[in-house]
Design a binder for this molecule. Structure first.
Ligand SMILES: [Zn+2]
Length: 271
């Protein structure tokens, strides 16, 4: 996974600034981590890459976004620190947190204030390896309208097999008690009650808030967050042109989803 992700990150960065990029992966940050006896190096690097990637993809304004990556074997995640600007992020500033207890295992900063939401998602969805949260504007527009992102075409179906749901509104007691953890529990409840597989629908809109997306690894979670935003924009345009346009036929959706996912997948290069 690490090799793939670094390849993905490197590919993207090399087109922009190859000198910066090579030093990022092999140079000062790796040395800084070793000097401080920091461990969980690969998830630190992947979480850092994912947090930078969502900014570069245009999904994040100011600090309205965060990404985390899990090491399931050791029961921890690496997540963006709270209140640190993106330009100051590095693998060593990522915070390592226990999935089970929520305690900081390693790190010099406080973890993102949204950490309890991420943790609830990792607990509820055992196959998820990375989580991305943004306030990307088209997805937020649907979240604020409390309207699901309907699967209207093949762009959506390539990554999401069904509509992207909206959670119920959170109650006053949920918001006042443990708001961030309750946000994660409401997402899990949405999938449980609607019998949705988080592998088939790797994202959600939290009512009056915004999108969360996830994936088996950081690269996939970032891709799903980008697709979620893009199909939100496409849906809005489609609804503007024709408000009752309706969903794409399920057989077309299934064709596109299943040719890329599952046992009969045939899209892309044979491995
Ligand atoms: Zn948020």
């Amino acid at each position: 996974m690490c090799a793939n992700l670094s390849g993905w990150y490197l590919q993207g960065r090399l087109t922009v600034n190859s000198a910066y990029n090579t030093s990022w992966y092999f140079g000062p940050n790796a040395l800084a981590l070793a000097r401080k006896n920091m461990t969980y190096v690969s998830i630190r690097q992947e979480a850092h890459s994912a947090n930078i990637a969502i900014v570069e993809a245009g999904l994040v304004v100011l600090t309205w976004g965060n990404a985390s990556v899990a090491d399931r074997q050791h029961g921890v995640i690496a997540i963006k620190p709270s209140g640190v600007s993106y330009s100051d992020l590095s693998p060593e500033t990522m915070v390592i947190v226990s999935i089970e207890t929520g305690e900081v295992v390693e790190g010099e900063h406080h973890p993102s204030s949204d950490t309890p939401t991420h943790l609830e998602l990792y607990r509820a969805f055992p196959d998820v390896g990375a989580v991305v949260h943004t306030h990307s504007r088209y997805a937020v527009a649907f979240a604020q309208a409390k309207k699901p992102i309907q699967c209207q075409g093949t762009t959506h179906a390539d990554n999401f097999r069904y509509d992207i749901p909206v959670t119920r509104s959170m109650t006053e007691s949920e918001v006042s008690a443990d708001y961030e953890a309750a946000t994660g529990r409401v997402i899990a409840e949405t999938f449980r009650e609607r019998q949705l597989d988080p592998g088939e629908v790797p994202g959600v809109l939290v009512a009056n808030h915004g999108p969360f997306a996830w994936g088996e690894d950081a690269q996939k979670a970032v891709e799903n967050a980008i697709v979620l935003e893009e199909v939100s924009r496409m849906d809005l345009y489609t609804l503007t042109i024709k408000p009752d346009s309706g969903p794409a036929p399920q057989y077309l959706i299934d064709k596109h989803y299943l040719r890329k996912h599952g046992s009969g997948a045939y899209y892309g290069q044979t491995r």
